[in-house]
Write a protein that binds this ligand. Structure first.
Ligand SMILES: Nc1nc2c(ncn2[C@@H]2O[C@H](COP(=O)(O)OP(=O)(O)O)[C@@H](O)[C@H]2O)c(=O)[nH]1
Ligand SMILES: [Mg+2]
Ligand SMILES: [Zn+2]
Length: 313
């Protein structure tokens, strides 16, 4: 029995594909019971994981060990679930692809993703796609949103994946890195991937005319190597982003501008909900912190303790 090391490049339910350090692709199953800090996960092993496998010469090899993860992004498997789902592991970057319309990406979803990426120490950028498909009004709204996130310090890329525009700048940011490509189904992830990785031949889907949402053609996670170095991890579209394993007091640390401003709050344990002398609430009053960010923050606090935290606005 030989022991091999490699990286998980594909996960289709219970079957994994590992690319060994020697460059061989090996179908694998998981042996043993991997638990993440006692959290139950729907996928014990994620794409991007470095693993050890034993190959006994049969049809499949067995993953017997996961090397310690540098980082990962995790979310609740569903709204009420106690189970988690690891989106990907060992990331240098996450690109959240968004469209304000067709399909709609809400600011709550964006902020939840950003905060989670901060929590797990994954640098994140935003890619606004389908810039070719906006009315004047929608374009103005999108530009306002881009300004909002740029002000906080997030890099924003404006794309039309369908027309191949704006892609080079994003590629420059991704080159040489392991990047997770995330976003709702239908925003254009697969279209972008096909541009970045010639030969990837990922299926793209029409947007449902009825729901304005994508059809979920990507049903498994897969890592593609970028020509010129680095790789991209394509995952199935995510609908919601339930946060996991985050203490209420911690949440504001992951809203960058709140964290900076909170140094001026009267109380060091300020939750920015009703405390006197709260610098965050004052900054919102003055229009320096966006109300949409605050609403996302309150909604994330609500994940922890239903009804305990209320918006001050
Ligand atoms: N107008 C426009 N349509 C796009 C763009 N990018 C992708 N699409 C279309 O949006 C639909 C969903 O794209 P797809 O790449 O499958 O999205 P995914 O679910 O995020 O992988 C397809 O019909 C694409 O042709 C874009 O930049 N502009
Ligand atoms: Mg897709
Ligand atoms: Zn405060």
């Amino acid at each position: 029995m030989t022991k091999l090391r490699g990286i998980v490049v594909r996960n289709t339910g219970s079957l994994y594909e590992v690319k060994t350090d020697e460059g061989q692709l090996v179908p694998c199953r998981v042996k043993g019971n991997f638990r993440l800090r006692g959290i139950r996960s729907t996928n014990p092993v994620a794409v991007g994981d470095r693993v050890v496998l034993t190959d006994s010469g049969g049809d499949v090899a067995y993953i017997v060990e996961i090397e310690e993860r540098r980082n990962y992004i995790i979310r609740k498997a569903s709204n009420l679930s106690k189970q988690s789902h690891i989106l990907a592991a060992n990331l240098d970057l996450a690109v959240l692809m968004v469209t304000l319309v067709r399909p709609e990406t809400t600011t709550t979803f964006i902020d939840r993703f950003l905060a989670s990426a901060e929590a797990y120490r994954v640098p994140v950028v935003l890619a606004f796609n389908k810039m070719d498909d906006l009315s004047a009004e929608e374009r103005a709204e999108t530009e306002a949103l881009i300004a909002l996130y740029q002000n906080i310090g997030y890099h924003c890329y404006l794309l039309s994946a369908a027309e191949g525009r704006g892609v080079d700048a994003l590629l420059a940011e991704m080159q040489g890195k392991v990047t997770l490509l995330a976003g709702h189904s239908g925003v254009g992830k697969s279209t972008l991937l096909n541009l970045l990785v010639p030969g990837a031949n990922v299926r793209t889907a029409e947007i449902s005319a009825v729901h304005g949402s994508g059809m979920h053609t990507t049903t498994f996670s897969e890592l593609f190597e970028l020509p010129g170095g680095g790789s991209v991890i394509d995952i199935p579209g995510i609908k919601g982003f339930g946060t996991f394993d985050m203490e209420a007091e911690e949440v504001s640390h992951y809203f960058r501008e709140f964290f900076e401003t909170s140094a001026e709050c009267r109380f060091s344990n300020c939750t920015h909900t009703q405390e006197p002398g709260c610098a965050v609430l004052e900054a919102i009053e003055r229009g320096e912190i966006a109300l949409s960010r605050y609403e996302s923050y309150i909604s994330m606090l609500g994940d922890k303790e239903e009804g305990k935290y209320r918006s001050a606005f």
